[in-house]
Design a protein around this ligand. Structure first.
Ligand code: LLP
Length: 412
């Protein structure tokens, strides 16, 4: 949905130059069609099976995106009360919400239970105890699945690997069985499922299948004990193409999943984040200065690490392309922002034929991009625009400087 027409990069039918003119830069641009296509591919891959796709909204939590996905029947994987508030504000159904995360507060539990969420993905015995207390005080039963840590190597960046013993996530595989038995004896708890999520941006799905096999083994042991689970939640994790990776095919992955689940009466839940939104967005930025040097040439742009942290934090690669051919001479540049840190780069050693004032598009910026932005260096957050065919919609205004300190107070 992002392609060159007559030498100029378009989002669907709209030239990015027009978007920059109307909304300014830096600006995130999303394609509605690309978002819808990614979710619908995932949903269709579920075929006729009993399944629910719960979008891991931490990847991009803009209300317009949530509203689009909610309208298509998606549920949501949340990790905070703030995310639940967003789901509700966007018209999502709390009855399709699963709540993950190792540190749920009592207030968040009350809010989620009161809203009628589908399931708490409980990550520790201490959390189970707190949840039972909260539910008891509300005269309610809390629907629970345990997030089980299968001790499987997701073979991805260590910062986004979550399914190894040394990671903080989930309950230990060997302890899970005992925990299920204990939980079924708690009247405030209704045990309904099992969950795992081993990591993000997986380029092969084999580790997910390895985790699935371990989960199914546990499901069967529990069933033999009379503890029948209604659903199995396999988390997210499918990678996307940032550069030249060959990401896993959703259809092939799902076929393998359903084949292994076989005749078991289990609803399947999935929590994809990146694979639904990652390649449906880009970050549009303008070159402020070209700064040639003896060791490096720099293209200093108006977006920075506060807008897109992934290169600085994970040395992540995002393609960077000139929005139109300016006819400038080609050279190799480090594309950097105005922030006062040497880690403030969006890409290193990129060959670009550009001049000062030109627009660049930082690709694959739909996931873990705007949602990880900050106000570092008192930089207002970028605008967000959704393109739908020939139409553009401003889905988040550019932050105003006054908003940066509106919550601050002088001493009295
Ligand atoms: N479910 C749970 C419990 C998760 O923690 C995550 C992501 C997902 C689902 C979605 O995973 P996905 O389908 O997006 O791989 N900021 C990092 C990614 C962190 C992922 C955190 N958890 C990045 O920019 O690469």
């Amino acid at each position: 949905m992002f392609e060159f027409r007559h030498g100029s990069l378009h989002a669907e039918s709209v030239p990015l130059e027009a978007i920059a003119r109307e909304f300014g830069t830096p600006c995130y641009v999303y394609s509605r069609a690309a978002l819808a296509a990614a979710l619908s591919a995932f949903q269709s891959a579920c075929g006729g099976h009993d399944a629910l796709v719960c979008y891991a909204m931490k990847a991009n939590s803009n209300l317009a995106i949530l509203n689009l996905f909610a309208g298509m029947g998606a549920g949501f994987d949340i990790v905070s009360g703030g995310e639940l508030a967003r789901v509700i504000a966007a018209g999502g159904d709390p009855g399709k919400v699963v709540f993950s995360g190792v540190g749920k507060s009592a207030a968040e539990m009350r809010y989620a239970l009161g809203s009628g969420i589908l399931c708490f993905n409980v990550e520790s015995p201490a959390e189970l105890e707190r949840l039972a207390g909260v539910a008891g005080a509300m005269g309610r039963r809390a629907p629970v699945s345990f997030r089980v840590n299968p001790d499987v190597d997701a073979r991805t960046h260590p910062y986004i690997s979550t399914g190894l013993k040394e990671n903080k996530f989930g309950v230990e595989f060997d302890a899970a069985f005992g925990l299920y038995r204990a939980a079924t004896r708690l009247p405030q708890i209704e045990v309904i499922g099992i969950d795992c999520h081993i990591g993000s941006d997986l380029i092969q799905y084999a580790p997910l299948i390895e985790a699935l096999d371990k989960m199914l083994g546990l499901v069967d042991r529990l069933a033999a004990e009379g503890i029948r689970l209604r659903h199995l939640d396999l988390g997210g994790g499918l990678g996307i193409r940032y550069r030249d990776e060959l990401p896993p095919d959703v259809g092939a992955y799902m076929r393998e999943v359903f084949e292994r689940v076989g005749e078991r009466k289990l609803k399947l839940l999935f929590e994809p984040g990146r694979s639904l939104v990652g390649n449906a967005g880009l970050l549009l930025t303008r070159i402020e200065y070209l700064k040639p040097g003896a060791a490096r040439n720099f293209a200093v742009v108006d977006a920075a690490m506060n807008d897109l942290l992934r290169p600085a934090l994970y040395q992540a690669w995002h393609d960077i392309v000139a929005v139109s051919d300016s006819g400038g001479p080609g050279a190799v540049y480090d594309v950097v922002g105005p922030v006062c840190e040497s880690a403030d780069f969006l890409g290193k050693r990129r060959e670009l034929a550009v001049s000062a004032g030109d627009l660049l598009a930082v690709m694959s910026a739909g996931a873990y991009a705007m949602c990880m932005s900050s106000n570092y260096n008192s930089r207002p957050r970028a605008a967000e625009v959704m393109v739908d065919g020939e139409k553009t919609h401003l889905i988040r205004e550019r932050e105003r400087p006054e908003a940066l300190f509106a919550l601050e107070r002088l001493l009295r």
